[in-house]
Design a protein around this ligand. Structure first.
Ligand SMILES: [Mn+2]
Length: 323
């Protein structure tokens, strides 16, 4: 049974001030937000004179390797465990078994957050968990922040907002990113690394997506399925953000990307107008209003496509009625 207590950010800061020997956990298939939070917070705690380290069930992507400069490698027995940007304990991956019951504080921004930590701070109005961690770190004291920790936190805000282009981007996102830029890192060079730099394999995958995309619901829905064979032919890193591609097409309200997994088809929905969190919730998944995911437990790709298309088509129809 979960007895998670919601706390204020001030209380979260006090919790960190009281404790030491921190272990900060990121979610599986780590994105810029979860690692930005982890390395940013870890660096900040170390600057406060605390012992802190980060852990994730998957390794840090080459793209984010600069984050390692934010922290000093410290060896110690972890005392207090924090999760960042982790919406569900299962997303701790291989670390769930060891730490699933031991998380003292969860910091998250997912509307779909399912409490598993002892204390929880969730703000679903934040575009990125890094926005929250930035506030938290400021509460711990200005001394915690420097150029490299600021760069980590900026990364989370930039990546979760798709370089400030997604609907979750707020004035707050821009202001916080702006304040972080003032710490002096080269934001243009960083944004090249985060958004423009692509491997040849990635370009090949994008070509496959655009060549094989199917349209439905009067071209307002776009869907593409990526088999295990195709996914295995590129690095995991090259698949990140691929879910955003179908929605780039003019007129598409909902973009759907299916990825073949062991237990079925993992579905990612991206939308301009439809509440895709609701649709994914119907299939037992979750996420955000304009970006959500779920798994359809069938090996049959046509069946998986049919099921998700039906729900998306209904939602698009509802939307058109309102217009
Ligand atoms: Mn996030």
């Amino acid at each position: 049974m979960n007895k998670a207590t919601n706390i204020t950010l001030q209380q979260a800061a006090e919790l960190l001030a009281e404790h030491d020997n921190f272990l900060i956990l990121s979610h599986v298939n780590p994105d810029g937000d979860t690692v930005g939070c982890a390395y940013g917070l870890c660096g900040a705690l170390q600057r406060l004179g605390k012992k802190a380290k980060v852990a994730c069930s998957d390794s840090l992507s080459e793209r984010f390797s600069y984050m390692e400069e934010a922290v000093e490698e410290q060896r110690f027995q972890e005392g207090f465990v924090i999760s960042v940007d982790v919406a569900d304990r299962s997303l701790l991956g291989d670390l769930e078994k060891t730490y699933g019951d031991r998380v003292g504080l969860a910091i998250d921004h997912h509307l779909s957050h399912r409490p598993f930590a002892e204390k929880v701070y969730v703000d679903d109005s934040a575009a990125a968990a890094c926005e929250i961690v930035y506030d938290l770190v400021k509460l711990l004291g200005e001394v915690c922040l420097d150029e490299i920790t600021a760069k980590c936190l900026y990364t989370g805000i930039a990546t979760d907002t798709g370089c400030f282009k997604f609907g979750n981007t707020t004035g707050v996102s821009h202001r916080k990113a702006g304040e972080l830029m003032d710490y002096g890192f080269d934001a243009a060079a960083l944004n090249y690394v985060l958004f423009d730099m692509k491997t040849k394999a990635r370009i090949g995958l994008e070509r496959y997506v655009f060549e094989n995309i199917e349209f439905f619901a009067e071209d307002k829905g776009a869907i593409i399925a990526l088999s295990k064979e195709i996914l295995d032919s590129v690095d995991t890193e090259d698949v990140n953000g691929i879910s955003a591609l179908p929605r780039q097409i003019l007129g598409v309200e909902v973009g759907i990307v299916l990825k073949e997994k062991k237990d079925g088809w993992k579905v990612s929905l991206r939308s301009n107008s439809v509440n895709v969190q609701e649709i994914c919730g119907y299939f037992g998944g979750g996420g955000h209003i304009r970006a959500a995911g779920c798994t359809i437990k069938t090996a049959d790709v046509e069946e998986a496509k049919k099921l998700i298309k039906e729900e998306v088509a209904k939602a698009i129809e509802e939307l058109l009625k309102k217009r």
